[in-house]
Design a binder for this molecule. Structure first.
Ligand SMILES: Nc1ncnc2c1ncn2[C@@H]1O[C@H](COP(=O)(O)OP(=O)(O)O)[C@@H](O)[C@H]1O
Ligand SMILES: [Mg+2]
Length: 236
């Protein structure tokens, strides 16, 4: 059984309770996220929208165990991420969370296939398994013919699709994407959103996509809005 289907369809995979993040201290401190509560279920894609500086990336980073909340807790499955030491948090990220950011951040001297396969090492995936899976994923994402290319020889949209493949290498139960279409035209952006959406729905992952684009948000199962660090609770 893959991680992604752990707990059965619709199980809560990501949970935040009273999650806050304050940067700095004293009068100059900034409350980037205040008291956020949310859950994301397996197979559910949630869009997080809000103005620039409203706390979207900070919230995503806390959900992805990249950033420790200054108050509150985050669970991935049964694991209280906020209680883990640094080593275990790193391990949890490598094995259970796929990340896609605004720019692909590919290693310029590795081919697409190598870029994807390389992250397997952090999750303890044997090299050959990582390589085979990398090839498979690139095929699935329509990049089979690009697998041997260096990032420089790929378009921006192709690089972002490689980044999606990389995020999926270890078949993680959680996929977090922070404005993955911000630097793409709408057609290329749409391709990336479709890949993210398929990865979440077909892979029964818990997905969060941060976006400014309402067309992108409309493709999620649910939209969360954030303003000034506070999630806006729908009144209906
Ligand atoms: N490392 C940091 N140190 C201090 N302030 C930060 C840091 N990261 C973000 N902030 C502040 O926190 C607020 C939320 O930022 P961010 O989460 O990046 O918002 P968004 O992703 O919605 O644009 C902003 O006021 C930003 O300036
Ligand atoms: Mg941001």
């Amino acid at each position: 059984m893959s991680y992604a289907s752990e707990g059965g369809a619709g199980a809560v995979i990501v949970r935040a309770e009273g999650c806050s993040r304050v940067y700095g201290d004293g009068p100059g401190s900034v409350t980037a996220v205040a008291d956020a509560d949310l859950t994301i279920r397996a197979g559910e894609l949630v869009a997080l929208v809000g103005p620039s500086g409203s706390g979207k990336s900070t919230l995503l980073s806390m959900l992805g165990a990249l950033l420790t909340p200054t108050a509150g807790q985050v669970w991935i499955g049964e694991v209280d991420v906020t209680s883990l030491d640094e080593r275990r948090r790193t391990q949890l990220r490598a094995r259970r969370i796929g990340f896609v950011f605004q720019t692909a951040g590919l290693v310029p001297f590795l081919t697409a296939e190598e870029n994807v396969a390389t992250v397997g090492a952090f999750a303890g995936l044997p090299r050959r398994v990582a390589r085979d899976r990398s090839r498979e994923l690139l095929d699935e994402l329509g990049l089979g013919e690009r697998a041997g290319h260096l990032p420089d020889a790929l378009s921006g949209g192709e690089r972002q699709r490689v980044a999606v493949a990389r995020a999926l290498l270890v078949d993680p139960p959680v996929l977090l994407a922070d404005e993955p279409t911000a630097h793409l035209d709408s057609d290329r952006g749409q391709q990336v959103v479709e890949l993210v959406s398929a990865a979440v729905h077909d892979g029964a992952r818990a997905g969060l996509i941060v976006t400014h684009d309402l067309n992108v948000a409309a493709q999620a199962d649910r939209i969360l809005r954030i303003a000034d660090g506070r999630l806006i609770v729908p009144t209906i």
